[in-house]
Design a protein around this ligand. Structure first.
Ligand code: CAA
Length: 240
């Protein structure tokens, strides 16, 4: 049955593929973006998906943003917490800003966005929440202490929230992608990336659609017996 789905960071990269997969599954989709207005406008035009701009690190903005989605599309049944950033560098050279930017955007956003929808889901007795973790939250990665901490936090957040809402028709799961063909991964230094790809058992980057189909699967009404899980989509990189 058609539901209302909200995807953060849903106009580019993995998020764009997730928005499209949810639309293809018959849902009414809203996608948020933060800064790249041109990419969001092009995405909206190409797919007929509503796009809205706000910062997921800002709790008040999330509350206001979700209220706009509810007004325009209806109550949110499916939330995909996808928005995320990297500020890579070894900890001994990491600034407090690099640390905080990643924690605010990748982890605080889980609270900010979920807090804005969870009461409604509990009242209606239905919800699907899918949180994007990362292979690097599972295994760690040099240069990503901030990102790995946030993405490992996403898994704990997911498991605890799943328990709190298991009797309310709400499932909460995480997807942990590996290295995919997105702008985020393309920003890794070419020689470093080449080494990383050489270590992936499948020998290639993942395609955004390969992650998106798992998110759409977890968001499906029929997936109601899966909760608190983390599904790896990483080409065999972990557990290695
Ligand atoms: N293993 C262990 N430690 C390493 C390392 C490695 N492969 N590479 C770097 N380091 C650490 C070391 O502490 C090193 O210092 P010492 O050699 O003195 O101990 C320190 O980093 C600095 O090393 P360099 O000066 O050689 O490296 P750099 O400053 O040029 O770059 C880096 C360091 C930023 C970590 C770089 O190697 C890098 O970009 N690595 C990849 C990070 C990465 O995988 N990012 C993923 C982005 S995509 C994403 O995040 C999506 C997703 O979910 C998968």
């Amino acid at each position: 049955m058609s539901k209302v789905a909200l995807v953060t960071g849903g106009t580019r990269g993995l998020g764009a593929a997730i928005s499209v997969a949810l639309q293809q599954a018959g849902h009414r989709v809203a996608a948020t973006y933060h800064s790249n207005e041109a990419a969001a406008a092009e995405f909206a035009q190409q797919h007929g998906i509503r796009v809205l701009r706000w910062d997921v690190a800002d709790q008040a903005a999330c509350q206001r943003g979700v209220a706009r989605v509810v007004e325009q599309l209806g109550a949110v049944d499916i939330l995909v917490n996808n928005a995320g950033i990297t500020r890579d560098g070894p900890l001994h050279r990491m600034s407090q800003e690099q640390w905080q930017d990643v924690i605010h955007t990748n982890l605080d956003s889980m609270f900010n966005m979920t807090r804005a929808v969870i009461e409604g889901m509990r009242t209606r007795g239905y919800g699907r929440i899918v949180n994007l973790s990362s292979v690097n939250g599972r295994r760690g990665q040099a240069g990503q202490v901030n990102y790995a901490a946030a993405k490992a936090g996403v898994i704990g957040f997911t498991r605890a929230l799943a328990l709190e809402n298991a009797r309310r028709g709400i499932t909460v799961n995480a997807v942990a992608p590996g290295y995919c063909d997105t702008a985020m991964v393309a920003a890794v230094r070419p020689d470093v990336l080449e080494q990383i790809v050489a270590g992936i058992p499948l020998g290639r980057l993942g395609r955004p659609e390969e992650v998106a189909r798992v998110c759409a699967f977890l968001a499906d009404e029929a997936s109601g017996y899966i909760t608190g899980a983390t599904i790896d989509v990483n080409g065999g990189l972990y557990p290695g």
